[in-house]
Design a binder for this molecule. Structure first.
Ligand SMILES: Nc1ncnc2c1ncn2[C@@H]1O[C@H](COP(=O)(O)OP(=O)(O)OP(=O)(O)O)[C@@H](O)[C@H]1O
Ligand SMILES: [Mg+2]
Length: 261
């Protein structure tokens, strides 16, 4: 049974794509994991996974436009990341502007996405699919929320982000989905244990669950999205934190009924 984890934020640039790729890599060390780039108007995961232009034959965008089937879109990343013993499978989005514009006009179809999750999950025999999204309240947000088993909400320790995160929790509640509050890029002026305390209090207030607080890491930003940080730095503080988050999520999801299959 494939469990679907969507990663979202109200504001942009909170670290969704970074956390999606790193969470997927940590999970893929022991599990079979799919990653979907549902940020259809600003995809970025293909960059972190180091995909070359010719390697992408079809995309999720093509599926929504009726030009491809789920089986055409899956890229098996396992051979290039031998440390990921479980398996990592990637479904990219198109980065062509004309495709994005066509899709904006055509709109998104929830049943197509549900069908894609199910087929990709079955074909690759996946334990988890992690879905990266576009920030704010957009069509793909609603799609991801409607189809996931858990929603990871990423926020900076910033008033704008936090108020927006409360809005996203309310939206997720209307879908009956559990949310996991994640603070990212905690600035050097804020002690991490204070951020954790605030995160836990906010989680109670927002009727969410606290997942993790990641401090602003110079080595993560200096990586310049050139690779998946935890694969190259498995013993780093950041990797330990991603690991803790992955353990909590897998534990929580073990008790939840699955959506994808
Ligand atoms: N904990 C962290 N410490 C330092 N830099 C980070 C951290 N998390 C993410 N970053 C950096 O922040 C930048 C934005 O991250 P990312 O692209 O993952 O955000 P995003 O939420 O996906 O953005 P968008 O909303 O545009 O899709 C990247 O350069 C990334 O390397
Ligand atoms: Mg992103």
């Amino acid at each position: 049974m494939t469990k679907v984890i969507a990663v979202h934020s109200f504001k942009g640039g909170t670290g969704k794509t970074t956390l999606t790729a790193n969470l997927a890599a940590i999970l893929a060390m022991h599990h079979r994991v799919g990653v979907m780039d549902l940020d259809l108007s600003g995809p970025g995961l293909h960059v972190l996974f180091g995909l070359k232009k010719g390697e992408v034959k079809a995309t999720l965008t093509d599926i929504f436009l009726g030009d491809a089937n789920p089986a055409d879109v899956i890229i098996d990343l396992t051979p290039r990341f031998p440390k990921l013993k479980g398996g990592l499978y990637f479904c990219p989005a198109s980065n062509k502007v004309e495709d994005m514009l066509r899709l904006l006009k055509a709109g998104l179809e929830v049943t197509l996405f549900q069908d894609t999750l199910q087929k990709v999950g079955e074909q690759c025999n996946l334990d988890y699919i992690i879905v990266d999204t576009h920030p704010g309240v957009e069509n793909d947000t609603v799609l991801a929320m409607g189809c996931c088993d858990a929603l990871v909400l990423v926020s900076r320790v910033d008033q704008q982000d936090l108020f927006g995160t409360a809005v996203m929790v309310l939206l997720a509640e209307t879908f009956g989905k559990p949310t996991f509050l994640t603070l990212n890029m905690v600035p050097p002026g804020v002690r991490i244990k204070d951020a954790v305390k605030v995160g836990k209090e906010l989680a109670v207030l927002f009727r969410s669950r606290f997942l993790q607080a990641f401090d602003f890491q110079m080595d993560v930003i200096n990586n310049l999205s050139r690779s998946v940080f935890v694969i190259d730095n498995p013993d780093s503080a950041f990797a330990h934190k991603v690991n803790e988050a992955a353990e909590l999520l897998t534990k929580e999801l073990a008790e939840a009924p699955a959506t994808a299959n």
